[in-house]
Design a protein. Structure first.
Length: 278
């Protein structure tokens, strides 16, 4: 089940311009006398009415303080206060108002959350993270990530892939020494995971392992964890360290942890730049 929160408004044009231009919310559906905006997994609708409903508040939340601060920089002229910590709810936030007087809150939660991002947002905002906080990842949370990984597709549904969770720092240090400077992100997180396909089970071990790896990266993103695909791991020495049979294929190792860095959306090619039609 999905939902939409609607507000009546006396000036739909004013509201449309504010939420589209000032807050940069994409229009999900335009029905002339009613417009619906999309903010992550939140749908927010405004419809023409005899009066404007301004009771309650609309809350937009972000992944981190930096994003809240960036929002404040853009909205300083309509903000009621500068961003601050609210210890009661363990959030970092500020308040503003829209042109009709509705209260708007912009915040981030400073505690672990269940998944809330949409698939679209996860695909667009996943980044390679090379710096992590010291906060440990609970086994319960890791198991939730791995539960999603059960559904990684494979050739003929043979499910010939597996994950090796590596928490032993000595082993991780040896892997980085073998891999070289590009492997350093592995030591920045609390642990790492090797993604492997069984050579004697999988019909397409390289493809199966790579799909399983990206499934892991997206599942980790859904739970607020960072990852970084570190390649060139399919080596005999590394297989020996991890007790992986020689015929199996290692797609990558990725560190897993809470990001200590956040990046804006980078410039990307337009669809017309990389799509051909025959």
């Amino acid at each position: 089940m999905n939902g939409i929160v609607f507000f009546p408004t006396r000036d739909l044009g004013l509201i449309r311009n504010f939420y589209a231009a000032m807050l940069e919310l994409p229009v999900w559906l335009n029905q002339d006398s009613c417009i619906i905006f999309k903010a992550g997994n939140q749908l927010l609708g405004f419809c023409e009415g005899e009066s404007s409903e301004i009771c309650g508040s609309i809350t937009f939340f972000f992944d981190c303080r930096e994003q809240v601060d960036n929002a404040y920089s853009k909205l300083k002229n309509i903000a009621k206060n500068a961003p601050r910590k609210n210890p009661k709810y363990n959030i970092y936030h500020f308040w503003a108002t829209d042109p009709e007087g509705r209260s708007l809150e912009f915040q981030c939660f400073e505690r672990q959350l269940e998944p809330y991002i949409t698939l679209e947002a996860g695909l667009k905002t996943r980044r390679s993270i090379r710096k992590y906080t010291a906060e440990p990842v609970a086994d319960e949370l890791l198991n939730k990530v791995l539960e999603i990984c059960r559904y990684s597709p494979t050739a003929c549904n043979l499910q010939g892939y597996y994950y090796v969770v590596i928490k032993n720092r000595e082993i991780l240090e040896k892997i980085v020494a073998l891999r070289g400077p590009s492997g350093k992100p592995i030591l920045a997180a609390p642990f790492a995971i090797a993604v492997v396909a069984k050579g004697d089970v999988s019909h397409r071990k390289i493809q199966d392992a790579c799909i399983a790896a990206y499934h892991l990266l997206l599942a980790a993103k859904a739970y607020g964890l960072g990852t970084c695909w570190v390649t060139d791991m399919d080596r005999e020495e590394i297989k020996n360290l991890l007790s992986i049979p020689y015929q199996d294929y290692i797609a990558c190792l990725t560190p897993i942890g809470y990001p200590a860095e956040h990046f804006p959306l980078p410039d990307r090619h337009q669809v017309s730049d990389f799509v051909r039609y025959l």
